[in-house]
Each structure stands twice: as C-alpha cells, then as structure tokens.
Design a protein around this ligand. Structure first.
Ligand code: RFL
Ligand code: PHB
Length: 386
C-alpha cells in the first residue's frame, strides 16, 4: 500500500489532521489501535478556544458544534469560599465554547470520507530518518505495510511514535504532580451557568458541564487514590465541602454515569520532528487539565502540521516541515506555563507549608484587585493568538 501521509492515532489530533489533508487533496491513511466505540467512550476535555472552533469550521465539521456548543463569556474562581467572576468578554473581548471532546471526535469521524483503520495492532514507524519511510501494522492476523512520504505521530502520550525516536535525539521536560483529578459525569443540570474553579485547603474542585442537563465535576485526589473508595455519596460530600456554601447548596446531585481518575502531568518533548516523522498533540506534550489547554493545543499543532504537509506534498517545499517544530513549541511552552500556573494557584500541594498557602492566597487577592492580572488570565484561558 502507498499513501502520501500515514497518521498514527485517531484522537482529535489525528482526525483533524486527516480531515485537513483530505480537504486539500493529500492522501492520508489513519491507523488507530482502538475501536471507534472505544475512542468515543473516553470522556476528556470540554472547553474549546476560538482557534479550535474556527478549525472545526474549516474542517466542515462545525455545524452541530454551533447548534449544541455553549458560549461561555467567563469563569468563576473560588478561594476558600470567596468568589471572583472573570468576564472574558469585557476583559479582552473573547469567549470560549463548552463542547465535549467526545462530540468533537464524533463530528470529525462523521465528515471523513476515507476509511479509518481501527484496531490496527503493533503499529510501527520505520526508516523515517531516510527518504523512504514506511509503517507496518497487524490486523486480523495479517501484517500490512504502507510506504509513505511522511508519518504523523498523533498517538497520544502512550503512543509508539515518540518511543520510536532514539533517546539521544529527544530532549524531554517533565513535572509529575503528586495528585490526580477524580471526575464524574452526571445527568443533572450544572450548578452554575459558567465553570467554577475552586481552591480549598482539602484540595481543588471544578464544576464543569457538557450541556444544560449534563454536568462534569472534578475533585483533586492523592495520586494513589483508588476509584473503588469513592462512592457517589462520598464524591458529592467532598465536592460540597470544597465549594462556596451557596454553590454547595445549589448543587443538584444524582447517580454518576462515568467516574475516572486522571493523573496530572506537565511534559514536553523536543523537537517535534525527526526526519520524516512529525509529532503532534499529546504525543509531544501534556498539560495538566486546569487551564483547559490539552485539546486546544493538539488542534493548533495539527493546523500548523497540515499546512507544512500540504506545502511539502503539493509544492515540494520543505520550508514548512523545517519550521514546524520551532513554530509550535513557542505556543506549547506558553500553554505549559499557563497550565502550570493555574495548577499551582488552585491545588493543595502536600509540600506547601503555611508560607506557600499565604502566597496562593496573595495570588488570588492580586487577581481580584488587578485588571491587568485578570486580563492576563483571560487572554491565556481563551487562547493566545497565533
Ligand atoms: P489522544 O486523544 O490521546 O489520541 C491518541 C490516539 O492514538 C491512539 N493510539 C494509537 N494508535 C495506533 N497505534 C498506537 N500504538 C497507538 N497508541 C495510541 C489512541 O488510542 C488514541 O485514540 O491524543 P490527541 O489526539 O493528541 O488529543 C489530545 C487530547 O486528547 C488531550 O490533550 C486532552 O484530552 C487532555 N485531557 C484534557 N484536556 C483538557 O483540556 N481538559 C480535560 O478535562 C482533559 N481531561 C485529558 C483529560 C486527557 C486524559 N488522558 C490522556 C488520559 C482526561 C484524561 C483521562
Ligand atoms: C471538562 O469539562 O472536562 C473540563 C473543563 C475545564 C477544564 C478541565 C476539564 O479546565
């Protein structure tokens, strides 16, 4: 088999890249380890920046998003019960949209014309340091080979692409946080119109949503916490404790329809290009979810990567491919910084003593009193330009 580009991974990054290439007439094959149902069953991000919304439109996948997505003009921060609303629209004239990653994935799957190879096992990129790379995979007990010009590694943090690069060619930067987020999905109306990010001595909590009748809530838990120890009742009690009393009172609870724990990590691999293998999305970097940046960053990577691949395959110019890594790393590090900062402000760290807690409080008070600080948060949260 032959294709101009082989894309490894059919998460949001791989699907969006495949679609942008398809619309430009560049032939790409997508290989995904899991089934389509499995991919759609993963509950992850929920907040889209304007750049992601625009890209969904360019991919001709935005119709349902515009109908069902909820425009949010701000968020609420709560610190030991003291509340502060940030109005993005008046601060910087921008907003975000609440529309689940599951729905983004579903819409991108639906618009793709060419098939996606699901349940592709033992996917392996080969010879990407030369001019004739190829990818092998197994399906139904048969080994297949696809010769190509470029390989796009969109296979997430645990994927094979980054792992195929010799360690000496890769520099990695990592911070593992000593906690995770326990999240639940529930068919109850959200507690507020907007998202609430709450700091409490017992840990962080987030009130998010998927629709007017479906809510997503998170509480910070220790890294070694077991999901079996968290009955719905325990979750609701803990969440209420961490919220402002009025918010806690208004919370509408019910049986959870999904419950999972995600560890928090900051990670960047540099560079993002090794010969004819290019990394994008979680394959190259991870942010803690506090800044709602992971999905958006994956989308801005593939926007740049699509442009570079189209230029390389249609105009036979390597300038875009050569520039790709440096171009996206600039934005990646800014998102890493913001996500780390939001995480540091809002979580309770085991090692933080009384001094550290006062610093967190001072940071919150500064944010409450300074228009400049609020604008800084707003421009980062809604997505930096470029
Ligand atoms: P994905 O979504 O991980 O997709 C990668 C795809 O590659 C497949 N794959 C392989 N395919 C073939 N061969 C292999 N060897 C393969 N190995 C893996 C996988 O099955 C998968 O389908 O990466 P992508 O496309 O870069 O998208 C990035 C986003 O998914 C990610 O940044 C966000 O979801 C991060 N994230 C969150 N971000 C937010 O902004 N807000 C959140 O609330 C939020 N919650 C989360 C998250 C990520 C999580 N992970 C990674 C476990 C919650 C979780 C649990
Ligand atoms: C979510 O709805 O899952 C969500 C929203 C905002 C975040 C993280 C997760 O910062």
């Amino acid at each position: 088999m032959r294709a101009q580009v082989v894309i490894i991974g059919a998460g949001p990054a791989g699907l969006m890249l495949g679609r942008l290439l398809e619309l430009a007439g560049v032939e790409a094959i997508i290989l995904e380890r899991r089934s389509a149902d499995y991919v759609l069953g993963r509950i992850r991000a929920g907040v889209l920046e304007q750049g992601t919304i625009d890209l969904m439109d360019r991919a001709e996948a935005g119709a349902r998003m515009h109908q069902e997505g909820l425009i949010h003009h701000g968020i609420e921060l709560s610190f030991d019960g003291d509340r502060q609303r940030l109005d993005f629209s008046s601060l910087i004239g921008r907003h975000v949209m609440v529309y689940g990653q599951t729905e983004v994935t579903r819409d991108l799957m639906a618009v793709r014309q060419a098939p996606i190879v699901y349940e592709a096992e033992n996917v392996e990129p080969h010879d990407f340091d030369g001019d004739a790379p190829y990818v092998t995979y197994d399906r139904d007990g048969v080994t297949h080979r696809i010769d190509c010009a470029y390989i796009a590694g969109c296979d997430g943090y645990h994927g094979v692409s980054r792992k195929s690069v010799p360690a000496s060619a890769l520099k990695t930067f990592e911070r593992v946080y000593p906690f995770g987020w326990l999240g639940i999905l529930v068919d109850q109306p959200p507690v507020g119109d907007e998202l609430i990010y709450a700091h409490h001595a017992r840990g962080f909590a987030l009130c998010s949503q998927r629709s007017p009748s479906r809510s997503r809530y998170y509480v910070q838990v220790p890294l070694d916490e077991k999901i079996e120890n968290w009955s719905d009742t325990r979750f609701w009690d803990e969440l209420r404790t961490r919220l402002n009393p009025d918010t806690a009172e208004a919370l509408q609870t019910g049986p959870s329809i999904e419950k999972s724990i995600a560890p928090l990590r900051s990670f960047v691999a540099e560079p993002l290009r090794f010969g004819r293998l290019l990394l994008a999305g979680d394959a190259a970097h991870i942010v803690p979810p506090t800044g709602a940046k992971g999905l958006n960053l994956a989308m801005s990577d593939v926007e740049a990567l699509a442009e570079a691949l189209i230029e390389a395959t249609k105009e036979r110019s390597h300038a875009g491919i050569d520039a790709y890594s440096a171009k996206v790393l600039d934005r990646i590090w800014k998102a890493e910084r913001f996500s780390w900062w939001m995480t540091s402000l809002l979580h309770t760290f085991p090692e933080t003593g009384p001094f550290g807690r006062r610093i967190q409080r001072a940071e919150f008070d500064y944010l409450r009193s300074s228009l400049a600080a609020q604008q800084s948060l707003a421009e980062n949260y809604t997505g930096l330009p470029g």
